[in-house]
Design a binder for this molecule. Structure first.
Ligand code: SAM
Length: 287
């Protein structure tokens, strides 16, 4: 089976024969039909799923919205198909709305998006595959600057490639460097944001991960780099491979910061397991 897209028309082929089609106009699915000889074999599901998938309907990181006309009241199969894919009746139409799952990283992004001005200096102190660096470039905007750091060259290369592919090379770049040395890239009091997402590089050797020995000096350097009003964001991890000493040391460090200088948030996902990623924020107060 194959689905070909021609403008907003999604055409379902079985071998070389067209057996169905669906039409998407903006966010409206205006029609979906399967040849009567091929109904009740799951082809409608296949076509609808493909149309949704190709238009971001299963993207876990971005919201999506689709409308479709209400089926006739006697068309139980069409209604069942719509319900199977999460459409609900809204007024005189069907609607499917999805919002991204709230993860520790997504929470950090939302918090930073709401807290930071564009045009500043942003540091991603654990750039990994570059997703956070790319996010910071979007925040920084054309007049901002983003530096990504990682101890693994393959992470630096992946980040620079991602920035290039997304047209962000003019705003951000990644450098191979231990994050303990981050003040080389952001002198004291210069950064709007320093972001850490500890742990290992996804898709690479899990034995190479951050540790308390480098994390604490890096957090100290990160706070020193912040401007008044700046934010340090950190996602902490624990578990079988990584243990819990790094997370515990970082938590002790955060909890001991003086209230007159910093506001500290530790945002636990309270009904997840103890090893759930833990987003933390340190806001440098303006005196
Ligand atoms: C969970 S990944 C980061 C994910 C990344 N922010 C992204 O969006 O893809 C953690 C990264 O921290 C890096 N790292 C570990 N220790 C480091 C250190 N001392 N200095 C700089 N980077 C370090 C690892 O190499 C790994 O790539």
């Amino acid at each position: 089976m194959e689905v070909q897209c021609d403008g907003g028309r999604y055409i379902l082929f079985k071998e070389r024969t067209v057996i169905g089609q669906a039409v998407l106009a903006g966010d409206r699915i205006t029609g979906l039909a399967i040849d009567p000889r091929w109904r009740r074999h799951g082809y409608g599901s296949f076509l609808l799923k493909e149309l949704l998938r190709r238009n971001g309907g299963y993207d876990r990181a971005a919201p999506s919205l689709f409308y479709a006309p209400l089926p006739r009241p006697d068309d139980a199969a069409a209604l069942a198909l719509a319900q199977k894919f999460g459409f609900t009746v809204q007024g005189d139409a069907l609607c499917r709305r999805r919002v991204p799952d709230l993860t520790a990283v997504e929470l950090s992004h939302r918090f930073l998006r709401d807290s930071l001005p564009s045009g500043g200096l942003y540091l991603d102190a654990t750039c990994g595959n570059g997703h956070d660096t790319l996010f910071l470039c979007g925040l920084a905007g054309a007049h901002g600057r983003v530096i990504g750091l990682d101890i693994q060259q393959q992470a630096v290369d992946a980040t620079n490639a991602l920035l290039h592919d997304n047209g962000m090379s003019g705003i951000g770049r990644a450098v191979c460097c231990d994050h303990r040395e981050l003040l080389r890239f952001a002198p004291p009091g210069s950064a709007d944001c320093v972001m850490f997402n500890f742990g290992w590089l996804p898709g690479a050797d899990h034995a190479i991960h951050s540790t308390a020995g480098s994390t604490l000096p890096a957090l100290r350097a990160g706070l020193e780099a912040l401007k008044p009003g700046g934010v340090l964001a950190a996602v902490l991890y624990s578990g079988k491979v990584i243990g819990s000493s790094e997370k515990q040391a970082a938590l002790d460090f955060f909890r001991a910061l003086p209230l007159k200088d910093y506001t500290v948030l530790i945002c636990e996902f309270a009904n997840w397991s103890d090893t759930a990623p833990l987003p933390c924020f340190v806001l440098r107060r303006q005196h």
